[in-house]
Design a protein around this ligand. Structure first.
Ligand code: ACO
Length: 402
């Protein structure tokens, strides 16, 4: 790592790094990735151990505070989060202002951005108490807001949060229960979704997290920063890739068509890429994809789905690609998105909700990173430079002379 700040002060020289492939924009204690070895740690703990043994709010506490909570800390944290799960009654008006067929991510950007208009008592970023309240509000309200977006799209009435349930079971219920009808939670499905949320919680300086940090570096309030992160996550190259991977598996349809698609992915004249394969940082098996693959099998078993054709295509595609010199040499392995689409669909979510679920989980990482930045005494406004390639200086021309 070369720290060029001193060089810049002396010479005004700066680096040119489109896509920031080799630029660290900050220091962080939250998440560590070793892309060559396929390692992902949250605060030092391997992601597979956390997914296996922990739960959403415990991992959220860890990301925010640096340590796993004691029993008393965990209880206080849970109480504070559940205290904030409701949203203002007026917030409902935002939903009815959207078309029924609006993309739920469009609704999320709008509603989350609007939270700062409701919570004036937690927008002073210089007050540690207000920061903490804003963080707890964000984590607590995201499931309610996301479930409301889903319910609105189905035309069903909203389901209020139930604070006696754990974080993810409450979310499942808000999505799938119909008021006045019995709804039985399936613990295996809730547990699988909880794992999926943990896998998505943080991933150091990806596009959306960097967006949150950049927006926050100007002093913008946390609700506005998270709305910016949601907007960035929406893109198909980022949060939308799981939907693209599922569409691809559907397009392939059966194992006998896999060689045709592998050939297309290798053809430089064809823009087609294997969706859910390759990663900017991981040049090894994405450790999240391993957990996701297991969760996928657990969900399909719990639902008694036998011979899911998409899973069959996915597993065979993975097997063939991992033996193909093209993918081996370029170190292209399945990423988290490869199996997540099949799993989320089996859980009952429509494809346009996939990125919303990602946003719900990533909110923890975004807000933890936002706070880390705000509390850093060396924090500066984010202000990248550019290489100007436009016209040289020239004189204004009157319209008759152009
Ligand atoms: N299928 C076929 N070839 C690929 C693939 C793929 N999925 N991914 C990369 N390659 C090839 C490229 O064509 C390139 O080949 P070349 O060196 O001969 O030109 C080489 O591998 C390197 O690819 P880059 O695009 O330069 O790698 P980069 O690190 O910029 O891209 C990315 C990473 C965007 C994820 C890429 O692998 C990709 O497009 N994958 C498919 C989309 C996807 O699954 N995205 C989800 C990412 S995870 C997430 O956001 C949560």
């Amino acid at each position: 790592v070369v720290d060029i700040r001193a060089l810049y002060k002396q010479t005004k020289a700066f680096t040119f790094d489109p896509g920031y492939t080799s630029t660290a924009s900050c220091e962080s204690k939250i998440t560590f990735i070793d892309g060559d070895e396929g390692i992902l740690l949250y605060r030092g703990y391997p992601i597979d151990q956390l997914a296996e043994n922990s739960d959403f709010l415990e991992v959220a506490y860890l990301l925010l505070n640096g340590e796993l909570p004691s029993k008393a800390e965990r209880q206080r944290f849970d109480t504070s989060i559940t205290h904030h799960t409701m949203v203002h009654e007026q917030l409902k008006n935002f939903y009815s202002g959207f078309r029924r067929d609006a993309h739920p991510m469009a609704i999320m950007v709008g509603v989350v951005g609007a939270l700062s208009a409701f919570y004036h008592d937690s927008t002073d970023i210089n007050d540690p108490h207000q920061r903490r309240v804003a963080i707890h509000r964000m984590i607590a309200k995201m499931p309610t807001i996301a479930a409301m977006a889903y319910k609105y799209s189905t035309g069903q009435p909203f389901v209020f949060p139930r604070n006696d349930l754990d974080f993810t079971s409450n979310f499942m219920r808000m999505c799938f229960a119909v008021p006045a009808e019995e709804y039985e939670l399936n613990p295996v499905l809730c547990d699988a979704l909880d794992k999926i949320f943990i896998l998505h919680m943080d991933h150091e300086q990806n596009a959306s997290t960097s967006t949150v940090r950049l927006a926050g570096s100007s002093g913008a309030n946390p609700f506005a920063c998270i709305a910016a992160g949601i907007a960035s996550l929406w893109g198909p190259a980022h949060g939308g890739a799981n939907e693209a991977a599922l569409n691809m598996l559907e397009e392939i349809g059966s194992v006998d068509r896999i060689p045709e698609f592998i050939a297309r992915a290798k053809d430089k004249n064809d823009p087609f890429r294997l969706m859910g394969f390759g990663h900017r940082v991981y040049k090894n098996y994405d450790p999240r994809a391993k957990v996701m693959r297991k969760a996928c099998h657990e969900v399909l078993d719990a639902l008694n789905v036998k011979d899911e054709p998409l899973l069959e295509v996915a597993m065979e595609l993975e097997r063939i690609a991992l033996e193909d010199p093209y993918f081996v040499e370029k170190k292209l392995y399945p990423n988290i998105d490869f199996y997540s689409g099949i799993t989320l669909r089996a859980l009952g979510f429509p494809t346009d909700m996939f990125t919303v679920l990602f946003a719900l989980a990533r909110t923890v990482g975004w807000i933890a990173q936002w706070r880390e930045m705000i509390e850093d005494p060396n924090q500066k406004i984010g202000r990248p430079r550019q290489i100007y390639t436009g016209a040289p200086m020239r004189d204004y021309l009157e319209i008759e002379d152009r």
